[in-house]
Design a protein around this ligand. Structure first.
Ligand code: CU
Length: 171
């Protein structure tokens, strides 16, 4: 009697271990318009780059995650270290020459999706820097969305490579 009880117990322990082991980790974040698990509008992985300590301009990159059920539109930015901050994108002309262009009509982020601002693509351009920026320096950035303003601190990170993004982006 005791033995069969132990066998039954062992059986149930075995079954639960089996099912626990099968449980896959939950990936709440997805790319390309798939579900995002949280319910906020937020900025992740921000960083800034300047070409040198004497540069008069720089660029800020980040990912906007719109976990809400509303469309959000980024329409402008300000930074404490610069006279002016603009939303920029890159375009390639007929000769394959890449140049920057100001985004005049904002950037829409669909509900439950994300928008990646990265090198060679969309970025916030900070112009007329009022001091020299070095690696590790802090920038106070305000991102103006139509429905709200997000404030964040961005570190200058000239050594950051874009590899992490490229890997996640590949499909
Ligand atoms: Cu630019």
């Amino acid at each position: 009697m005791k033995n069969s009880l132990i066998i039954i117990l062992a059986f149930f322990v075995g079954i639960s271990v089996f099912f626990l082991g099968k449980e896959k980790p939950q990936h709440k974040m997805h790319f390309h318009g798939q579900q995002i698990g949280h319910e906020n509008l937020k900025i992740v992985q921000p960083y800034a780059r300047v070409s040198s300590a004497s540069a008069k301009s720089g660029a800020i990159f980040f990912i906007i995650e719109n976990g809400t059920n509303l469309e959000h539109k980024l329409i402008g930015a300000t930074a404490d270290v610069a006279k002016k901050a603009e939303l920029h994108t890159h375009s390639v002309d007929g000769d394959g020459v890449m140049s920057m262009a100001k985004i005049n009509d904002g950037v829409n982020i669909e509900p439950k999706s994300r928008s990646i601002f990265k090198r060679g693509g969309n970025h916030v351009m900070i112009m007329g820097l009022n001091r020299s920026l070095m690696n590790g320096d802090k920038i106070h950035l305000e991102l103006m969305f139509e429905k709200k303003v997000l404030k964040l601190e961005v570190l200058v990170d000239n050594k950051r490579s874009e590899k992490k993004h490229d890997h996640k982006m590949s499909h």
